[in-house]
Design a protein around this ligand. Sequence first.
Ligand SMILES: Nc1ncnc2c1ncn2[C@@H]1O[C@H](COP(=O)(O)OP(=O)(O)OP(=O)(O)O)[C@@H](O)[C@H]1O
Length: 258
Amino acid sequence: MERVTPLLEVRDLTLRFGGVTALNGVGFTVGRGELFAVIGPNGAGKTSIFNCLNGVYRPQRGTITLDGRRVNGRAPAAIAGMGVARTFQNLGLFEQLTLIENLMLGRHHLMRTGMLAGMAWWGRAKREEVDHRAACEEIVELLELEPYRRTPAGLLPYGVAKRAELGRALAMSPTLLLLDEPVAGMNVEETEDMARYLIEVRRELDLAMILVEHDTRLVMDLADRVLALDFGTPIATGSPEEIQRDPKVVEAYLGGAA
Ligand SMILES: Nc1ncnc2c1ncn2[C@@H]1O[C@H](COP(=O)(O)OP(=O)(O)OP(=O)(O)O)[C@@H](O)[C@H]1O
């Protein structure tokens, strides 16, 4: 039987801060087009995984490979260039810039023509900008952000700002998108909207996603597979149904209430 290689392979990741072991032998794979979720109580190590994946933290042990290429050991900008984007819980938008300007900035690392080259090759730079604008407009349409195109990000209503944050990360045309608590602080209606947009993103774009989220209902509704962590140690990986039934998960996360 042919073995399909996963997009992302994380093996034996161990990360320590002084005496604190934030991650202890964490391993998982994410397939192409898969929506993979990481759950765990506060301090379980979810954010640390993201920070290892995007090169902000350097794990003491373990390997991370994307499409067969080693990720860990590279600088964050190089990893972004490999196609790893993330959204931030506290929003990574520039408040003074309009929504569309924020999306254009998200594409910055994809632009070949720098300022000087742009002056020498005006035609090419112009064409490139037109292409990048078109890519941003597609994201605006996908996330139904048209009414806010020219609104400064700082003035967007909270639910819309979270969606704009998703758009900013999507503007990088990632192959792997890290979603850091996309519905944190949202009411029920906003949460349902975000779930709908994430389903739409999955349907329309060719990318894998890792979701870190405290809203377990959203995780169970959207994820293909789930990794449950407890104090930096993986305790179970499986489908949402398997995870919900796993006695260790029930004990650690649902307080025995499920
Ligand atoms: N830069 C750091 N310096 C020291 N300790 C850290 C650092 N980053 C994380 N830790 C520690 O590592 C452990 C895991 O933290 P992490 O933020 O990854 O957990 P989390 O699951 O994302 O938590 P939350 O759900 O609260 O966001 C915690 O004990 C935390 O205090």
